[in-house]
Design a binder for this molecule. Sequence first.
Ligand code: 1VU
Length: 294
Amino acid sequence: MKMRSWLFVPGDSEKKLAKVASAGADVVIVDLEDAVAPHAKVAARGMAQQWLSAHRRQVTSGDGFQRWVRINPLDGNLWRDDLAAVLPGHPDGIMVPKAMGPEQLRMLAAELYEIEQRSGIAPNATRILPLVSETARASLSIADYASDTLPRLAGLTWGAEDLSAAIGASRKRDADGAWTDLFRMVRSMVLLAAHARGVAAIDTLHADFRDLDGLKTIAANSFADGFCGMLAIHPDQVPIINEAFWPGKAQIAEAQAIVDAFAASPGAGALQLEGRMIDQPHLAQARRLLESVR
Ligand code: 1VU
C-alpha cells in the first residue's frame, strides 16, 4: 500500500473537497483541526461525513487512495464528536494533532473500538497517525513510540509550525534553508522511532507550496534519509512527492544486482560489486527496496 503523499484538505471547503480525489495523492486527510475556524467546526464534520460516504474505502486492491480524517486534539472537547461523526464513513485512519505520547493514544483506541463495534467496522481497522512533535513535552516523548505496542499505529509524523509557536522560536530554518538544529533533532527522532517500531516514517510538509523546485530537493533528500512519505497541502505538491518517494530505475537495478550477486555466491558474507564492497546490510536494504516496489 503506497503512503508517499498525504494531502490535507480543509474539512469546511466544499470546493477543495470536490477536487481532492483527483489530485493523485496516496492518502487524503480531511482536516477538522487547524484548517477549520472554530465557528465552522460543526459544518466541517458534516461535510467530512458526506465526503467519506461519497468516496468509499477502496484501497484493499492496492489502487486508489486512503481516506483519513484529522480530528481535533485529544485534550479538548471536540474530538469525540468528530469521531462519532466520521467513523460510520469507515475512514482508513485518524490523524491525531498535538499527540502527547502513546499512553494518550490508548484513550483514542478505546473510543475507536467502541464506535467500530457499533458501526459494524472490523476491530482495529481504523489506523492512527499521530503528529508527535507539537509541544516541547511531546517532542521529548517521541522515543516512547519506539517500544509501544498499539496495534493501530500506522506511522509517525511531525510538524514544525506548532512546536516553533510553543517554544517561541522565530526561525525554523538556517540561512541556507536547512532545518535548525532543534528541528533536525526532532525530525531524526521521528525517523528513528518509526523505524524502531516498524511503522511508516512520514516527513513534514513544505509550507511554501509555490516552491516546487525546492520541494523536489526536499522530498528527494527525505526519501534518501529513510522517510517513506511526506505531508502535502496543495495538489501541485502531490506528483513531485509521489515521484521523489519511489525508487528510480537505476536504484532498482542496483538493488537487483546486489541480490543477484549474493544469490550467485551462496554463503558469502561480503562480496565486491563493480569495485565496491557489499555485505549483509547492503543485501537487507536491497531486498527492502525491491519489496517496496512490488
Ligand atoms: O482551480 P480551482 O480554483 O478550482 O481550485 C484551486 C483550489 O481550490 C484547489 N486546491 C485544493 N484542492 C484540494 N485540496 C487542497 N488542499 C487544495 N488546495 C488548493 O486547487 C486549485 C488551485 O489552488 P490555488 O493555487 O489557487 O491555491 P488556493 O489559494 O486556493 O489555496 C492555497 C491553500 C494553501 C489555502 C490550500 O492549498 C489549502 O487549503 N491547503 C490545505 C491547508 C490545510 O489543510 N492545512 C492544515 C494542515 S497543515 C498542518 O497542520 C501541518 C502539520
